[in-house]
Design a protein around this ligand. Sequence first.
Ligand SMILES: [Fe+2]
Length: 334
Amino acid sequence: MEREWLDNLYRLVLQQTQDGIILSDADGVIVFVNDAAERIRNIQRENILGHSMVDCHKETSREKVNRALGYLKSHEGNAVSRMVTDSVNDKYYENIYTPVFDETHTLQGVSVISRDITERRRAEESKAAIQRAQEVAHATLMEKYHSLMMTSMEMLTNLLEARDFYTNGHSKRVCEIATKLFEHRNGIDEHFLDIQWAAKLHDIGKICIPDAIVHKPGKLTSEEYETIKMHSALASDIIRPLDPGSRIWPMIRYHHERYDGKGYPDGRGGEEIPDGARVIAIADTYDAMRSCRPYRSAMSFDQCIEEIKANAGTQFDPKWVKVFLELATTGSID
Ligand SMILES: [Fe+2]
């Protein structure tokens, strides 16, 4: 009685469980199909009971199923899982094929458990679609932001150039020399554009300094000199909001630092100074020496070269002085 009751319970559980269950014997003949299997796989048990499990699959899937069953029979305990797309009924389900062995390791049959994963797949697809849409929106926003940033920097460059009439294209020439030095040593890498912008805008802080000081035709008093020294820190404050990656403003802030740590605004030395700022420092000094000032005439090419050479290791990074001299002797800088 107990045994009969338990067998009946097994049968009811198999029949009523939410996952589809199809059982075959050791020869692959289907002997059991529960209600959920009919529903999930859209089949009718009377059409497949007593038939070969392979033959119950679509013509195109039969070879795969046959291979899977062969694998299961020879690998005790392993299961094979297959995802099925039912395009006719617009749903997805997963079949797990498991061999059933008895205590003597003899194959008794194969169970196929089918689980409807349509909702899970829909949720995954919808999540992936949302993520794709967010990525596109983010990329568009970043593109707009980048374009706005470039426009703002271009405007600042024009503003500086307009106010730079006295030094007549100094920023442009510093940019040319600095990019030549940088390219000669590093090639055109991902920092190339950054150094171009930094060189173009290195003196943008001077727009905050009174004209009477910036354009003073004579020597500056010590108080005026202290005022003009503020331009590099002021410039970094102007550029920082346009430079979320912090790749440009540090080169601007530190372009008057010296390799021996005696520069301004923070007295940084050696490797503490961003590499790009060390490049701009040489280009800036060279162009200033080569240009006329109301209180002195332009220095000759040779005098400038000697000056740069003499300050390697004190004012300038010797590594970049070497690059500068290489370019100067080959006529790339004049
Ligand atoms: Fe400067």
